[in-house]
Write a protein that binds this ligand. Structure first.
Ligand SMILES: Nc1ncnc2c1ncn2[C@@H]1O[C@H](COP(=O)(O)OP(=O)(O)OP(=O)(O)O)[C@@H](O)[C@H]1O
Length: 221
């Protein structure tokens, strides 16, 4: 199977320093790849750069086997405070709005119910997102992204603020939805335990370059 992303000889710099030099790697399809590396090595910048190349159809250093509207990016930080007014269900449903079947309320509601169930949000779907726990919020972000039927899902430090139980729950959920929806997942993380248990591959960034390591995370999901 073709890699979902191929990067060849990419140089990437920020105003005061070079982040990557001649960076080359391939991201396998249908697997969970963790992007790892020290704080500030350039994980988020690299992902944003790839998304920009994809959006502008720029193929000098990057080749994508996925279309722009088949990629969902879940950012590291969201400005959801305690007063955020939407309930979880309505927040998740934002992901559906661009879809062609939006006019068909029954199909839309079925899909939403299915995704809320997959992300274990059904019981709390009418509660305000602002008062949800960190783990529930992350599941809501995931659910909103899944509503758009992505082929590639990119999550930036989605477990950073979660306790151990919630981290494992989110990763198990990710691997389940990956299999069910035939997704490829890129997951930026620092957490060695999660990499060990769940990563199929690890893209380790260091010294201005990157190495793809086969991990074969074997956790039961
Ligand atoms: N818009 C910008 N302008 C200038 N420097 C930036 C900009 N965005 C990021 N940087 C710098 O680029 C470097 C890489 O940042 P980036 O967020 O990609 O790292 P990271 O590996 O994702 O880090 P972390 O693990 O801490 O999230 C950092 O030194 C950061 O301060």
């Amino acid at each position: 199977m073709k890699p979902i992303i191929s990067v060849h000889n990419l140089d990437l710099a920020i105003p005061d320093r070079k982040l990557f030099s001649n960076l080359s790697f391939e991201i396998p399809q249908g697997a969970l790849t963790c992007i790892t590396g020290e704080n500030g090595v350039g994980k988020t910048t690299l992902v944003k750069h790839l998304l920009q190349d994809l959006a502008h159809n720029y193929t000098v250093h990057t080749v994508f086997n996925v279309a722009r509207d088949e990629v969902q990016y879940v950012p590291q930080l969201r400005n959801i405070d305690d007063d955020y007014p939407l309930c979880i269900r309505d927040f998740v449903a934002f992901g559906l709005k661009k879809r062609a079947f939006f006019w068909n309320r029954q199909v839309r509601d079925q899909k939403l119910a299915q995704i809320l169930a997959e992300t274990k949000l059904t019981r709390i779907k009418d509660q305000p997102l602002g008062r949800a726990s960190g783990g529930e919020k992350q599941r809501a972000y995931l659910a909103q992204a899944l509503c758009a039927d992505p082929k590639l899902l990119i999550l930036d430090e989605a477990t950073a603020s979660l306790d151990t139980t919630n981290k494992h729950e989110l990763l198990q959920m990710l691997k389940q939805v990956m299999q069910k929806h035939e997704l490829t997942i890129l997951f930026i993380t620092h957490d060695p335990e999660l990499i060990e248990r769940y990563a199929d591959y690890e893209l380790h960034l260091a010294d201005q370059t990157g190495t793809l390591i086969k991990r074969g995370g074997k956790a039961d999901v």
